[in-house]
Write a protein that binds this ligand. Structure first.
Ligand code: ASP
Length: 439
């Protein structure tokens, strides 16, 4: 059994957290390949080391004295080293980093040092091999990621090692230039390592016990999701639920490796298992509820629209030509509504309206802003009658007017559009009916 374990920044923010991580790793000998992030926040208004590095490098680029800022970063690491009682020094590394900052080695190089240094400490603490991600995670000359070469390099290097620490977030071009993934990218590294070593499981350790059924900022103490499929996850992430970097899913999904989201601060919790498919029935009819605010709807009305060939295409073309992405498109017999991100629409609003008038001569165009969309997602909906009925009665009881309804043909989700001011009440009402009052 082989497991790849990735630990996020809050799991490695100080020596105390490192000790929890050490205990988790030593508890299961299958946890052989470790991918650490840079130290994250130790308390709510603390600064992540990655952000400190960006700020420090900014100062270097401006020609300012950055020694104080770099000194603060070094202190963060020294505190961890001291707290773990290690005979280990990063002095040479910091001297080299200072030199490279002076010679402006690049922002990605700067940011990557957070993971690099944390990885070195982790390898010393676990007494295992350190593999520099620059040697095994490959980017192309144009900065895009090269999955094939990476898989070969990682696979070959790690096959020689029973266990290893591979820092997350970065890799390098063939000439050694460091390139990072986007923020939160250590999740991707974990996934690539899992693919390369053909792991049985990719454990992603963070500070929450997996995905929650609803946003905890809206619903008090929501229950967590035990098992979720990749498709359900995609639906919920689209609507704003996020724990994992989206690009981390593809490599493991392709190889059929499940991801287990776990909580470093509550290792006894099972967390959430993300799988391709499962016959495990979810505990509730729905798997999760997620929503996003900030939509606008443009409703185009024209008598006999349904018999006018090409009407929809012409309207959609206008949005495409103006570079505005369409989120949803519910339609009536003589109306079609187009839901778009309000911010991206606002800039082009008058131009788009003029284009619609010119192109399809509608009877009327109605604009509505400050809308929110809420997705109720769950594979359990397919086999259950009355889900839509329960959604609407819950919203009606909460005195919420539904502006739009959209059920995907896979029966995996039902999306409802509500006014911005009803957004939170609607999510609470849905959580209550599906989770709290479900027998
Ligand atoms: N340290 C990087 C960030 O803060 C990458 C990561 O933590 O995954 O975005």
């Amino acid at each position: 059994m082989k497991k790849v374990v990735k630990f996020g920044g809050s799991s490695l923010a100080n020596a105390e957290q490192f000790k929890k991580v050490g205990a988790i790793i030593s508890e299961d000998e299958a946890r052989r390949y470790v991918v650490p992030s840079a130290p994250g926040k130790r308390f709510a208004d603390d600064t992540k080391v990655t952000d400190m590095l960006y700020a420090c490098y900014d100062a270097a680029v401006k020609g300012e004295d950055f020694s104080g800022l770099l000194g603060n970063i070094q202190e963060r690491y020294q505190e961890i080293i001291n707290g773990l009682g290690l005979e280990f020094s990063l002095a040479d590394d910091f001297a080299l980093i200072a030199e490279n900052f002076h010679s402006k080695a690049g922002q990605d190089y700067a940011a990557s040092r957070g993971e690099y240094l944390n990885g070195k400490i982790m390898a010393a603490y676990l007494d295992t091999a350190f593999v520099d991600a620059a040697d095994v995670i490959r980017f192309n000359e144009d900065g895009t990621f090269n999955d094939e070469v990476t898989n070969e390099l990682l696979g070959a290097r790690l096959s020689e090692l029973h266990s290893a620490v591979i820092p997350g977030f970065y890799g390098a071009k063939e000439d050694g230039t460091i390139v990072t993934f986007s923020r939160g990218g250590s999740d991707i590294t974990g996934s690539l390592v899992a693919l390369a070593v053909k792991a049985d499981l990719y454990e992603n350790w963070t500070d929450v016990s997996g995905f929650l059924i609803a946003d905890p900022r809206i619903v008090k103490n929501p229950k967590s999701i035990e098992t979720i499929t990749y498709k359900e996850l995609r639906e919920l992430s689209y609507m704003g639920a996020s724990v994992l970097h989206e690009d981390a899913i593809f490599p493991v999904r392709k190889a059929g490796i499940p991801i287990n989201i776990r909580n470093t601060n509550a290792p006894e919790d099972k967390g959430t298992l993300i799988v391709e498919s499962t016959c495990r029935q979810p505990r509730y009819t729905i798997t999760g509820i997620a929503g996003t605010d900030g939509f606008a709807a443009i409703t185009v009305e024209k008598a006999m629209m349904n018999s006018e060939v090409g009407f929809c295409r012409k309207v959609l073309q206008i949005f495409e030509d103006n570079g505005v992405s369409i989120e949803h498109m519910p339609s009536g017999i003589d109306t079609m509504s187009i839901f778009v991100n309000k911010e991206s629409f606002e800039e082009k609003e008058q131009k788009i309206l003029a284009d619609i008038n010119k192109s399809v001569h509608p009877d009327h165009i109605e604009l509505e802003s400050d809308l929110a969309l809420i997705a109720v997602v769950g594979r359990g909906m397919k086999s259950t009658r009355g889900t839509a009925g329960r959604i609407f009665s819950a919203l009606a009881h909460a005195h919420i007017n539904v502006k739009m309804i959209d059920q995907g043909s896979s029966e995996l989700n039902i999306i409802v559009g509500v006014k911005h001011e009803d957004f939170k009440t609607a999510i609470r009402a849905l959580y209550e009916i599906f989770v709290l009052t479900q027998i």
